[in-house]
Ligand binder design. Structure first.
Ligand code: GLN
Length: 194
């Protein structure tokens, strides 16, 4: 059975575990660097990217996480998780794990729209995907190898680059597990081909 980890330093960990468990995979709550080695894929949850980054540094996860993605292992980042993956952040000199060719702006929907829900058309998944946005980022620009898979009001809210998947919203906060199933399929394909 394939093994998918959820980085459990901070944020919506339990919800991702629950969403992944709806697929036939073994889910691992990752709290130690040593656990990364056995994984076929990894989820960066939503939460607070600056706090998560602090804990990543504190527990020695920085290089191992970067390495995990560089080795071509699939990573799925939601909300703050997507911020961690971006190679560029608007108004911030230093990105975090910086593995995906996209420029992301934090808290980009403005104060009036701190949190909201919307039905999204997500390429390869469906035109009725329930998106929960909480102080959500926007993917402002993507590089050449990046496929935009969802937009909301003309702004990019989900994208895929090879084994990397990122979205601005929280699919783990709904009972619709299709985004997670989609990621599980990415992981399965990757395991078959490596
Ligand atoms: N605003 C948060 C950040 O900048 C992300 C919010 C979320 O993950 N729901 O990290």
């Amino acid at each position: 059975m394939i093994k998918i980890g959820v980085l459990a330093l901070q944020g919506a960990v339990r919800e991702h575990v629950h969403a992944l468990e709806a697929s036939d995979v073994q889910v691992i709550v990752v709290k130690k660097v040593e656990q990364l080695e056995a994984l076929d894929g990894l989820v960066f949850p939503g939460g607070e990217s600056t706090t998560m980054r602090r804990l990543i540094n504190l527990y020695g996860f920085y290089e191992p996480l970067k390495d995990f993605a560089k080795r071509g292992k699939p990573v799925f980042g939601t909300c703050a998780g997507a911020i961690l993956m971006a190679k560029e952040l608007v108004g911030q000199a230093e990105p975090h794990i910086a593995v995906m060719d996209m420029k992301v702006e934090r808290n980009a929907f403005g104060r009036q729209r701190e949190s909201f829900e919307a039905l999204l058309k997500v390429k390869g998944i469906g035109d009725d995907v329930h998106g929960v946005f909480i102080r959500a980022p926007i993917i402002k620009e993507v590089g050449e190898g990046v496929e935009v898979i969802a937009e909301f009001n003309g702004e990019i809210v989900a994208a895929k680059q090879g084994p990397l998947l990122a979205c601005s919203y929280h699919p783990e906060l709904t009972d619709d597990h299709r985004m997670h199933q989609y990621f599980v399929e990415m992981v399965r394909n990757c395991v078959v081909h490596t």
